[in-house]
Design a protein around this ligand. Structure first.
Ligand SMILES: NC(=O)c1ccc[n+]([C@@H]2O[C@H](COP(=O)([O-])OP(=O)(O)OC[C@H]3O[C@@H](n4cnc5c(N)ncnc54)[C@H](O)[C@@H]3O)[C@@H](O)[C@H]2O)c1
Length: 251
């Protein structure tokens, strides 16, 4: 399966890592749907203005009804779905907190988007994948799931769940030629991160220092791995998580 002519949904792709992934997949010939709670149409219009085949759909991935509608619209416009990149997530807006101070409500908010959102999107695309004779799911996890970073236990646990879900789904869906893999980024200067100067000040310097490749990481550093798992080169790889962090954590 090459990307030329394939149909890819990228969630949370109005800005940040998702936008960079949508741009890359579209540059490789995929017809991309940017699925985001905010700014999906505007982001799609920016890429469509460059003659890339990109459309936008507004969706909150934690809502079963909105997810069903977004996947339905994609199928009716594009006729098929081949690739799902589950990138939408809550991270840069989280206030770092000791474990004792986290509330059940904060846990539920993070899990609603980062885990249940992935579950809902995967379930919703399944019928289309089966009709197409297979498909690719690329889940965006995080290096924090391996490192167990402090002050955001709910976020760390949610990204660990994404890795476990990747494995369980790979096992369950392999017989349908549906391949499920995950990319685990290190600290990335995404749009969301840039909007939180406290986060940048607190994490940027130590992240860079702890990398073998000691420089800032940008969304562009992730698009190769996402493209790889979406395309023909990874046709015999499933259930895997690839850490992309400049050599901070060896997985
Ligand atoms: N930036 C990092 O350092 C980093 C590191 C590891 C993993 N990640 C993960 O990568 C992904 C992207 O991160 P980013 O920093 O590019 O994010 P970002 O904040 O720049 O962009 C996130 C996008 O997701 C959208 N979104 C949020 N909740 C949504 C929902 N319920 N439904 C639909 N869209 C929603 C937002 O509107 C936004 O467009 C996230 O899953 C994040 O956890 C980020």
């Amino acid at each position: 399966m090459g990307l030329e002519g394939s149909v890819a949904i990228v969630t949370g792709a109005a800005i940040g890592i998702g936008y960079a992934a949508a741009e890359r997949l579209a540059e490789r010939g995929a017809r991309v749907v940017i699925a985001d709670r905010n700014g999906a149409e505007e982001a799609a219009a920016r890429l469509a203005a460059r003659d890339l085949q990109v459309t936008g759909v507004t969706v909150d991935v934690s809502s079963p009804e909105e997810v069903a509608a977004a996947v339905g619209v994609t199928e009716s416009i594009r006729g098929r779905i081949d690739v799902l990149v589950n990138n939408a997530g809550i991270y840069s807006t989280l206030e770092p907190k000791p474990f004792e101070q986290l509330t059940p409500q904060e846990w539920r908010q993070v899990f609603d988007v980062n885990v249940i959102g992935v579950f809902l999107m995967c379930q919703a695309v399944l019928p289309a994948f089966k009709r197409a004779g297979g498909g690719r799911i690329v889940n965006i996890s995080s290096g924090v799931a391996f490192k167990g970073n402090p002050w955001m236990a709910h976020y760390v646990a949610s990204k660990g769940a994404v890795i476990s879900l990747t494995r369980a789904l790979a096992t369950e869906l392999g017989r349908h030629q549906i391949l499920v893999n995950s990319v685990a980024p290190g600290f990335t200067l995404s749009d969301g991160v840039h909007r939180n100067p406290t986060l940048v000040e607190g994490v940027r310097e130590s992240s860079t220092r702890n990398r073998v490749l000691a420089r800032d990481m940008a969304p562009a550093d992730l698009v190769g791995a996402i493209e790889f798992f979406a395309g023909a080169q990874s046709a015999f790889i499933t259930g895997q998580t690839l850490v992309v962090d400049g050599g901070a954590y060896f997985h």
